[in-house]
Each structure stands twice: as C-alpha cells, then as structure tokens.
Design a protein around this ligand. Structure first.
Ligand SMILES: [Zn+2]
Length: 54
C-alpha cells in the first residue's frame, strides 16, 4: 500500500512510497527517514504503483 514518502539517510537520492517495496524495506530502521529527501521516486515503487500493486 501507499505510505508517506520515506528514504534512507545513508543513501539519499531515492525515496519510496510503497510499504511492500523490497528496496524500501531493506533500509535499516536507524536510517529510515520520513520525506523525499529531495530525491526521485524509486523505480520499484513506481512500477508497483503502475501495476496497482503498491
Ligand atoms: Zn521503493
């Protein structure tokens, strides 16, 4: 499902919006930060959204 944008403070530049994004879920909780961080939407999240599987 779609959640509020979040990104990794360790690897900024990409943000996630899907709770089921594997990449987003790989972010360690200590680096998980709310907001886009000024990055771009994750490819994986975009694909999930396009398929309606986010
Ligand atoms: Zn993602």
């Amino acid at each position: 499902m779609t959640v509020a944008p979040f990104h990794s403070s360790k690897n900024p530049g990409v943000y996630h919006v899907c709770s089921n994004c594997t990449e987003g879920n790989n972010i360690e909780s200590r680096y998980k930060t709310q907001g886009t961080g000024g990055g771009r939407l994750c490819k994986n999240c975009k694909e999930l959204q396009d398929k309606g599987k986010c």
